[in-house]
Design a protein around this ligand. Structure first.
Ligand code: 6R9
Length: 666
């Protein structure tokens, strides 16, 4: 925790005073209707914490074997929830919907990159998942095995995750934009036995490789645990095929029975591992449970998204991120919803794609990221024909935002131009580690303030403390913590319980508070939370989390590079952008040579990690600003990256002259 070197002091929270109350009409029909209903749930949780969660877990999930214990704190912070209960995730998402009147309801509308759409009902999806699961079993994959999924958005990708869950295999989805090296690292860490992929993916009218990258990852060596590579044929593009190892999905499932007995697992069974960036070292395999996680997916679909039987729900995230797990693969299906699975990008064939798709499928609940909103605001400024006002968005009744703080201007544009001033906006703060929403307005209860995620969900004991773990007063910035365990929380870091403890339950805070890694402030009047950004070395670029250390290691792995320091700087569109300060082994390049080398290094990072980690700017220096003890002073680099003048004390700096050199692009 490096809270002194952060933006806590710089950002004292939102001074926004506009308040938008949900309409009486929305409140009347809402699942949680009005603030007293919210307060009643909070009071229930406060009065009988375990009883509250036990009630909700019984009401929202189907248990093969009911649980008798709710929360087990005996091995804290390795908390267990509903531990002696048994259930199956895929059964709860699919089979339940075959007997409750939803069998012929559309579960998924797949909107392909080229604008074609296909649908699957619950009955059809159930059959596809069962065949897929039987196929996995036929290849010897079983409960407890880890399966890597490296696919783009498709019904098959959702089915792949559900099929793993059905047989008790733990999936680990790797975002299709990650490089062979990143994929390799995750295969090894997870000790995976299989990879499910596609021949290629379609994005913005182009075909991009997937299977070829899997081949490249396996060729890096050490992946002997992988005995199957299952390939979904998406484009029919040319790929290499290794007999015995590689198998086509359509061949695998062709003769499989359409029924598959689910594997009943304990509530604590790891449903998935999802890798995310931390402040140090390699990405962390965040391990989630089955019971507690599913409870939270189902509950937040009802509480935050107020989902109703007739809604068409669209979360634009990719299944490679936690948002896609909770609000595409699990949440919407758990509550028998109809959802869009979108393969494309927001700007193809033009920047009206989101609005056009909402109109086409009569989407009623739309959930996207501030970075997408900001880029579409820009696009509509340049080309008024893609402004949302040109599309029929009357089907919308609720909007959501996730991934990063939403600035009040973007919030207002979203509220007025997309939501027509009638749809509540739920600004949902949460993390890979939290499994689902934590702090968010409830659309039929909470008066909204642009830029604030408002109040914690019932039962979530969020608070703001100082570096010693003591509560700070409202109006004062501090560190965001959660004081009590909750059902969908991270269970551990795969293969690394020590790192789990140190990262999330640090001794400095008493070892009992969950440390989110974000700074926050509560408004003195409303007590609303505003998130002020990460307090560690994690960047958030277009809503994607990246560790500065990871990017630095990638840069230093290049034979030309002696040393590198990476910082974030505010960016109008992407929230933050990456600025890298690099010292080469050769003399400091200038002019054209610097440009050429910067491009080379940016491409190198794309190859090492993935295109999302490419620095926007690279500056070369003879050295980096360091303290006398040799520590790089990132605080100063952040100021330089922003193009601002250094006013801080630089008396501990060993080499002040270097600052001038690093002021601007070489
Ligand atoms: C779901 C997801 C988590 C980090 C988190 C915070 C930032 C997410 C936010 C938000 C302000 C919001 N973040 N939602 N900041 N307001 N509504 O994004 O998970 O990829 O793990 O990122 O994203 O900094 O700590 P993940």
């Amino acid at each position: 925790m490096a809270a002194t070197d952060t933006n806590l002091q710089e950002n004292q929270g939102s001074h926004e005073s506009r308040v938008f109350a949900p309409s009486a009409e929305f409140v009347a029909k809402a699942t949680i209707s009005g603030m007293p209903a919210y307060e009643k749930l909070c009071a229930e949780a406060a009065a009988d914490y375990e009883g509250f969660w036990a009630r909700l877990a019984r009401e929202n999930l189907d248990w093969q074997k009911p649980f008798t214990t709710t929360l087990d704190e005996s091995d804290a912070p390795f908390y267990k929830w509903f531990a002696d209960g048994q259930l199956n995730a895929s059964y709860n998402c699919l089979d339940r919907n075959l007997t409750n009147g939803n069998a012929d309801k559309t579960a998924i509308i797949f909107e392909a990159d080229d604008g074609q759409s296909t649908r699957a009902t619950y009955r059809e999806l159930h059959e596809r998942v069962c065949k897929f699961a039987n196929g996995l079993r036929s290849r010897g994959i079983q409960k407890g095995d880890r399966v890597i999924i490296y696919m783009s958005m498709s019904i098959e990708a959702v089915a792949a995750m559900q099929a793993c869950a059905r047989i008790g295999a733990t999936h680990s989805v790797v975002f299709g934009g990650f490089s062979a090296k990143s994929l390799h690292e995750r295969i090894i860490d997870a000790g995976a036995v299989a990879v499910i992929t596609a021949d290629e993916q379609r994005r913005g009218g182009k075909s991009l490789p997937l299977k070829a990258i899997v081949d490249e990852a396996l060729a890096l060596g050490g992946c002997e645990t992988i005995r199957n590579v299952i390939v979904y044929q998406r484009t029919g593009g040319n790929i290499d095929f290794t007999e015995g190892l590689d198998v086509w999905l359509h061949e695998l499932v062709a003769k499989q029975p359409a029924e598959c007995e689910p594997e009943w697992v304990g509530a604590e069974h790891p449903l998935f591992i999802l890798y995310t960036s931390g402040s140090t070292g390699t990405p962390k395999g965040v391990q989630h449970s089955t019971g507690g996680y599913l409870l939270w997916c189902a509950l937040t679909m009802k509480w935050t998204f107020d989902i109703k039987p007739d809604d068409v729900f669209w979360c634009t995230a990719d299944i490679g991120w936690v948002t896609g797990h909770s609000y595409i693969t699990y949440g919407p299906l758990l509550v028998g919803g109809t959802e869009i699975v979108f393969e494309g990008i927001p700007t193809f064939p033009n920047a009206g794609r989101f609005w056009d798709t909402i109109a086409k499928h009569k989407v009623s609940i739309f959930y996207t990221a501030p970075t997408a909103i900001r880029s579409l605001i820009k696009a509509a400024d340049v080309d008024p024909s893609v402004h949302p006002k040109n599309y029929d968005l009357s089907s919308l009744r609720l909007l959501g935002s996730v991934g990063e703080p939403i600035n009040p201007e973007a919030w207002m544009w979203y509220y007025n131009n997309v939501g027509g001033g009638r749809c509540p906006v739920v600004d949902t703060f949460w993390q890979t580690e939290t499994g689902g929403h934590m702090i968010t307005p409830l659309p039929g209860a909470t008066p909204m303030v642009p830029g604030s995620c408002t109040l914690p969900l019932p039962g979530i004991m969020a608070a703001i403390v100082d570096e010693a773990g003591a509560d700070v007063a409202n109006g004062q910035g501090g560190i965001l913590v959660v004081k009590r365990p909750w059902p969908s929380m991270i269970r551990t870091i795969w293969n690394n319980p020590e790192r789990f403890k140190a990262s999330y339950f640090p001794d400095e805070l008493g070892g009992k508070y969950y440390l989110a890694g974000d700074g926050a402030i509560r408004n003195s009047d409303t007590t609303y939370f505003t998130i002020t950004g990460r307090i560690d070395d994690v960047l958030n670029v277009s809503g994607h989390r990246m560790g500065t250390m990871e990017i630095e290691s990638a840069l230093v792995a290049n034979p030309l590079v002696a040393e590198a320091a990476v910082v974030g700087r505010p960016d109008e569109t992407t929230g933050e952008s990456i600025c890298a300060f690099v010292v080469l082994k050769q003399a400091r390049p200038t002019g054209e040579e610097a440009k050429k080398l910067a491009t080379e290094l940016r491409n190198w990072v794309a190859k090492e990690i993935g295109p999302i980690a490419k620095p926007k700017e690279i500056r070369f220096g003879d050295n980096l600003p360091k303290t006398r003890s040799g520590k790089i002073m990132r605080r100063l680099l952040r100021v330089l990256a922003k193009g601002e003048t250094i006013t801080q004390d630089i008396s501990t700096l060993e080499n002040p002259a270097i600052l001038d050199q690093l002021k601007e692009a070489s």
